[in-house]
Ligand binder design. Sequence first.
Ligand code: MG
Length: 172
Amino acid sequence: MSENRKMSQLEKKARDWLKDRGVDITDIAELVYYLQSRYHESLTMDDCIYNVEKVLTKREVQNAILTGIQLDVFAEKNQLEEPLQSTIGMDEGLYGVDEIIALSIVNVYGSIGFTNYGYIDKQKPGILKKLNDKSTGECHTFLDDIVGAIAAAASSRLAHSAVGEESAEDDE
Ligand code: MG
């Protein structure tokens, strides 16, 4: 990524909030490696980090991060109204809006992201396992899906670029 690229306030905030909630870029890159290493022999962590960084420059991704984390934080502080407080606070399985917000990220690089997202959501490796630990008193109902979705989108981007496609959407 260009060092000179001007980062918007929105992007900076989204990155800061991810970090504040315990998610580093390398945590997400490790998920990308988990998903993609079997398909790309010479895949490095730097490749994975590069593609995660690209996903994080997308405005729809930044908006999903801020929206999801804001709701998680309110739930953690007991500041939502019922019945939403209980639903999000307990990460109720039938709620589903957390997955819908995540899908806006998965879609950024086309439909192959869906498969990766579904797979990683079932396996819950690395940081996803940590975010799903309900014994901590923290609420990551939205964040776990968002992090999985960023990894899935970065995997799609990587797969497209591996076959020589330029991701034109990146040049907006
Ligand atoms: Mg969730």
